[in-house]
Write a protein that binds this ligand. Structure first.
Ligand code: FMN
Length: 359
């Protein structure tokens, strides 16, 4: 994780990789939280690439976003804004604070630019999350000149102790809380580390969940006089017919976009490597092919106008372009930031701008 200027991340990485992955992660987030909005933020700040695109009625300043899970408690929004992201998604937040799974629960597979995690939605709960979101200054800071601020996505989930039959209660409680503060809200039904969560992607469960969420959004839109776009985040471990059913269900319930994908349970791409058999979700280069396949199946099922946020295995500018070629409108990164540092944000955003100008 980046704490130093892009060019110096090559030096910082061996230092950070000397720590256990979760410890390195915490050190980095602490550093970012302390230095954001201070002169020390120049250590990781980079000018934002200007490449506006309108999606789901929102103006994204550029096409590269931070994926959910890196800043679960929304502590470092301004630091990520300073790195030049066009949009930042924080969470997953659950209604109540929860510790997540026992440690160790995060592993590096450096041979393949990959991570395995089974964190299990460790987070400080909705109230602490909202307090942090409200402290963020990026909307006031702007990004120089008259440019529009970066967009903020708030990603919601369920507590581990809530029975899956009551999952909808948790999503609605989170939706109520985050709605007034979000540019968009992501319904995360694809973490592999909360028991049965992924069953919410199946036909009837998804239909019931999205029906309840759409109804609540209607009420919230009237109360807040603002219709906040809703995105649904899905897994890469789905076959073409499951993707098609999900696509139809999203459209039927008026969802505004889909985020594809979360981490994978598959291990073929890392078989035999140290940590490959750890339980959890695999991210980074080994999830790229499956994520791109799901993105292209979604595009085929949804048609050209439906927003797709592509995520999974972007480690280079070329990977970001490939995600767009598969059918994504904008992209997000997580594991790429760990392995390549903040330079990847600008590199990818610039490459996407150039490929648009060339088109
Ligand atoms: C350590 C870790 C924690 C994550 N936590 C979340 C989470 O809380 N919510 C979520 O929607 N996705 C979470 N993700 C998934 C990422 O947002 C992303 O979808 C996935 O890692 C694939 O992208 P990548 O290959 O660029 O990492 C997490 C990923 C990692 C590596």
């Amino acid at each position: 994780m980046p704490l130093l200027p892009s060019s110096l991340y090559g030096l910082a990485r061996p230092f950070l990789f000397g720590f256990d992955p979760e410890h390195a992660h915490e050190l980095t987030l602490d550093g970012l939280a302390r230095t954001q909005n201070t002169p020390l933020a120049c250590a990781y700040a980079a000018p934002r690439v200007d490449d506006p695109v309108t999606l789901a009625g929102l103006e994204f300043p550029n096409r590269v976003g931070l994926a959910a899970g890196l800043d679960k408690n929304a502590r470092c929004i301004d630091a990520f804004a300073a790195m030049g992201f066009g949009f930042v998604e924080v969470g997953t937040v659950t209604p109540k604070a929860q510790p997540g799974n026992p440690k160790p629960r995060m592993f590096r597979l450096p041979e393949r630019d990959a991570l395995i995690n089974r964190l299990g939605f460790n987070n400080e709960g909705l109230d602490a999350f909202l307090a942090n979101v409200q402290k963020a200054r990026f909307r006031r800071n702007g990004s120089g000149g008259n440019r529009k601020p970066m967009l903020l996505g708030l990603n919601i989930g369920k507590n581990a102790t809530t029975p899956i039959e009551r999952a909808v209660d948790d999503y609605l409680a989170c939706l109520d809380g985050v709605y007034p503060h979000a540019d968009y809200v992501t319904i995360n039904i694809s973490s592999p580390n909360t028991a049965n969560l992924r069953t919410l992607q199946s036909d009837e469960a998804l239909d019931a969940l999205l029906g309840a969420i759409a109804e609540r959004r209607h009420a919230l839109a009237e109360r807040n006089r603002r219709r906040v776009p809703l995105f649904v985040k899905i897994a890469p471990d789905l076959d073409e017919s499951q993707v098609a059913v999900i696509a139809a269900t999203l459209q039927r319930h008026g969802m505004d976009g889909v985020i594809a994908t979360n981490t994978t349970l598959a291990r073929d791409a890392v078989a035999g490597l140290p940590h490959a058999s750890e339980a959890g979700g695999l991210s980074g280069a080994p999830v790229r092919a499956a994520s791109n396949r799901v993105v292209s199946q979604l595009r085929a099922a949804l048609g050209p106008g439906f927003p797709i946020i592509g995520v999974g295995g972007i480690l280079s500018a070329a990977d970001a372009k490939a995600k767009m070629a598969a059918g994504a409108d904008v992209v997000q990164i997580y594991t790429g930031l760990i392995y390549r540092g903040p330079a990847l944000v600008r590199e990818a955003a610039q490459a996407l701008l150039q490929s648009r100008s060339a088109a």
